[in-house]
Design a protein around this ligand. Structure first.
Ligand code: FE2
Ligand code: FE2
Length: 273
């Protein structure tokens, strides 16, 4: 079996979205079946690219130039889920990148199990949203997308704990805040296919945030650091914005992120009565 870090690099170097997710799912299945058989496959080493290979389309634009459309129209809902597909494709790469980029930090094998499972789920999410776009005569690449998605990975390319703080515990946790509102939009329009895809994403993303929190806390314990202080320091260093309430406190708690992690990083102290 190919060492895991090499598998990760192969996924990162695959440009086409559907090909990337197919390879990601194939490798994840190989890893999971080896683990289920009681094996401890090799992690190995890799030389991941600074940023992952991407298809020629979508055109990547600065966020302010990406046209916004109101989700009241079908075109607006296509634009909304096109943006979600873009986020999911980045999430596939972000999960494999952490495996390829930091193999020098020895981690228990359960860390790799979690990350491979999450990468597999991100691949499924991308495919579910692409299926929806294609069922509506569109496709991933038909609209421009946000160019800044890889910024968090670049900023934390040499800081493993910074990566865990910013990617799963800030960016993926933000997904928990906004997904219920998206599901509501599609419920209003009776779009069962979109609702099913978003509900799958919502349920599985809680685990991704929980994996981030679990292994962040593990590393804080290894280095005898206070997790709350370490989280605040790393997010202030690497994440260039304040966190936006309202927060999904219930799902964040389910994922192991307590309120004193995120409220002090919010733009203003809200009325919490
Ligand atoms: Fe996802
Ligand atoms: Fe995720």
């Amino acid at each position: 079996m190919t060492p895991l870090a090499q598998m990760a690099e192969d996924v990162l170097r695959t440009a086409d979205g559907r090909e990337k997710t197919a390879l990601s799912r194939k490798y994840a299945a190989e890893w999971m079946s080896a683990r289920a058989a009681g094996e401890r496959p090799e992690i190995g080493h890799a030389t991941p690219p600074d940023s992952p290979a991407r298809p020629a389309r979508p055109e990547l634009l600065p966020p302010r130039d990406v046209p916004r459309r109101r989700p009241g129209s079908e075109q607006g809902r296509i634009a909304l889920l096109h943006a979600v597909a873009h986020i999911e494709l980045n999430a596939v790469d972000l999960h494999w990148d952490i495996i390829a980029r930091f193999p020098g930090t020895p981690m228990p094998i359960g860390f790799y199990d979690d990350w491979v499972k999450a990468a597999d789920e991100e691949s499924k999410h991308f495919n579910l949203i692409c299926d929806w776009l294609e069922a509506r005569g569109s496709h991933y690449g038909a609209l421009p997308a946000h160019a800044g998605m890889w910024r968090a990975a670049e900023d934390t390319a040499t800081d493993f704990m910074g990566r865990l703080a910013v990617v799963p515990m800030v960016l993926e946790a933000r997904g928990l805040d906004v997904t219920p509102g998206m599901i509501e939009i599609f419920r209003k329009h009776g779009d069962d296919m979109a609702i099913a895809a978003l509900e799958t994403i919502y349920a599985e993303e809680v685990h991704h945030v929980a994996y981030g929190s679990k292994w962040f806390n593990f590393l804080c314990g290894r280095h005898e650091m206070d997790p709350t202080e370490a989280f605040h320091d790393l997010v202030r260093r690497y994440f260039h914005a304040t966190l936006k309430p309202p927060f999904n406190e219930e799902k964040r708690a389910e994922a192991g992120i307590p309120p004193d992690f995120y409220w002090p990083l919010a733009e203003s102290l809200p009325d919490r009565s």
